[in-house]
Unconditional design. Structure first.
Lengths: 189, 383
């Protein structure tokens, strides 16, 4: 048999055939719902965001202050030891200037770009922090290493979500922030 | 050349209807940490990792990307098998047999409680053109199969109800099981009809939980532990997904996966050689249908064997001493993991109040649930 003999055939289609509904397809809209248990670490993290604070978790074996917090250290592979509040300031590790939305639609000419960024939070171990959005900044001024601070929702509007922080904005050079040792949070796991 | 592969460590969280206190990561960490401690190892000493998960069950696309941290697999070779734990174990077995890996960890978990419309999710697994537009409950697929199985085997709904009574009673002795209860055949038959002949109590409820096991080659296993639990045979198979063409009476996937595992283990007469079995009873009739497919009895004899008490706790061939899916709960891709866990505990002599005396060879069999026709079998021994 020739390879062509294995082809199952079909009909050549024109775009008009689709427009006239001559080509049948099957549509289905899934209706799937999930409610993920946040658990100990993320549960506390979100509750603290609602209270306007950022909390991390310490592993005494490798001495990392982990943000977002986790109840186990993935490197030492043991339970982590302690909660610790960190600041709501940090530096930009990396950023992007997004001109399209979540659903891939293009943002209008008058809509400002979205500015996702990874922010290394002051008090957490190097390279750890929060993935969030930047605001009150001209995209042209963005730089890696830029100091930023959280802009929070009003307390009454917070729901215990990462969006309880609206965005991070640049800290002006004039306002000097002294780095004080972050206070340790109470409570056990 | 690698000759044998053994389970050298196993850990679990146990199984509960809901686990709102922990995230899936925290759940899995607990099972993994217990497994590695049981094996006397750190995850840094394990050569490769396999997780088992389905994106739609996790509620994440590319869910396998989220697996490394909680199993200690950071920056290590890891992969996800979209199938049951026993299928993942088969992959781990083969990886060790290549000689390229000495040790492999296998993980499976269920967070069924986080899926808020499981019926819709299971319906979404049906063929979108032929079957889904009919808008049948996914349990109807099992109802259809039960009707045909009862017709071919001459077993009765009452006998299927006895499977439920036995397994829920067995679960009373299993601290990992959440659905232990003393009920009667009448309770099952009087429970709400779902897709007849299936009643509500014929169907396993869902449960959450995680299991992690560590596999090792023969030399490593012998240095690591006194009682390695050897994988003597493993097999898996899939019948056609087409509901219109499937053999509804016989569980062909179970027969073929058992034949594969028996061939590998050199077992000619499974009924005589196997001391106990954990087999899929996600729907009551499945235990009977699977017993026949696994050749633990002759076709049509499973119900009589059940009635004679041969498959009970003190019978000749105890089946689902753990309580099975009726007693422990249906765990989706972790279903096989709970069965392997039971085999390991029994073969190590660590099964406490439900320990069967003098057992050397156990069989675990799993089915991936409606509407699938996929199953896997593993045969483990302590010799």
């Amino acid at each position: 048999m020739k390879l062509e003999d294995f082809e199952l055939g079909g009909t050549h289609l024109k775009s008009s055939d689709f427009k006239q509904g001559k080509v049948l397809t099957t549509e289905w809209e899934p209706n799937l719902k999930y409610a993920w248990d946040n658990g100990v670490a993320i549960g506390r993290y979100l509750a603290e965001l609602k209270a306007g604070r950022i909390i991390a978790r310490i592993c005494h074996k490798c001495d990392r202050i982990m943000l977002p917090p986790r109840m186990f250290c993935e490197l030492c592979f043991r339970p982590t030891d302690e909660w610790m509040y960190v600041k709501d300031t940090g530096v930009i590790n990396t950023f992007s200037i997004a001109k399209v939305n979540w659903d891939a639609s293009r943002r209008g000419p008058k809509e400002p770009p979205l500015l996702p960024a990874v922010i290394e939070i002051d008090g957490a171990s190097e390279g750890m922090g929060i993935m969030h959005m930047l605001g009150e900044v001209n995209p042209k001024d963005l730089k890696i290493g830029m100091k930023v601070k959280a802009v929070w929702k009003k307390p009454e509007d917070r729901t215990g979500s990462i969006t309880d922080i609206l965005y991070f904005k640049p800290v002006t050079a004039k306002r000097k922030t002294k780095t004080k040792a972050a206070p340790k949070a109470g409570g056990k796991r | 050349m690698i000759k044998r592969v053994a389970i050298v460590g196993i850990g679990t969280t146990g199984f509960r209807p809901v686990t709102p206190d922990v995230s899936f990561r925290e759940l899995i960490f607990e099972a993994a940490r217990k497994a590695y401690t049981d094996a006397g190892m750190e995850p840094s000493e394990i050569d490769g990792f396999i997780t088992t998960a389905e994106d739609f069950m996790e509620g994440y696309s590319i869910a396998d990307e989220y697996c490394p941290d909680q199993i200690g697999a950071v920056l290590k070779p890891t992969q996800t098998i979209p199938g049951d734990f026993i299928q993942g174990m088969a992959t781990g077995y083969m990886m060790i047999m290549t000689g390229a890996y000495r040790t492999i960890a296998i993980e499976a978990h269920s967070k069924a409680s986080n899926m808020k419309n499981i019926s819709e999710l299971m319906g979404f697994a049906q063929d979108p053109v032929y079957n889904r537009p009919l808008r049948e409950t996914p349990h109807a697929v099992a109802g259809l199969e039960m009707t045909r199985y009862l017709f071919e085997s001459a077993a009765s709904s009452e006998q299927c109800a006895q499977v439920v009574v036995k397994n829920k009673m067995n679960a009373m002795r299993n601290p990992y099981a959440a659905f232990g209860a003393e009920i009667t055949e009448g309770d099952v038959l009087a429970s709400e009809p779902v897709s007849l002949p299936l009643h509500r109590l014929d169907i396993a409820p869902h449960a959450d939980g995680a299991v992690v096991a560590v596999l090792a080659d023969e030399d490593t296993a012998n240095t690591l532990c006194e009682t390695p639990i050897w994988i003597e045979g493993i097999g898996w198979s899939t019948d056609t997904p087409t509901l219109e063409m499937r053999d509804w009476g016989e569980a062909a996937y179970a027969r073929l996966s058992a034949e594969m595992a028996y061939r590998m283990a050199g077992i000619e007469n499974p009924a005589a050689l196997i001391d106990f079995a954990e087999i899929c009873d996600e729907y009551s009739y499945k235990e009977l249908q699977h017993m026949e497919a696994l050749k633990l009895c002759m076709p049509g004899e499973a119900a009589y064997m059940l009635e004679s008490g041969a498959t009970s706790y003190q019978g000749e061939l105890p089946i689902n001493i753990s309580g099975g899916a009726r007693g422990v709960g249906h765990l989706f891709e972790a279903s096989g993991a709970h069965k392997i866990l039971e085999l390991v505990e029994q073969l190590r002599g660590h099964a406490g109040a439900r320990q069967i005396p003098d057992v050397n060879v156990g069989l675990a069999q799993v089915w991936r649930g409606v509407p699938t026709a996929t199953g896997a079998v593993a045969i483990l021994s302590n010799m």
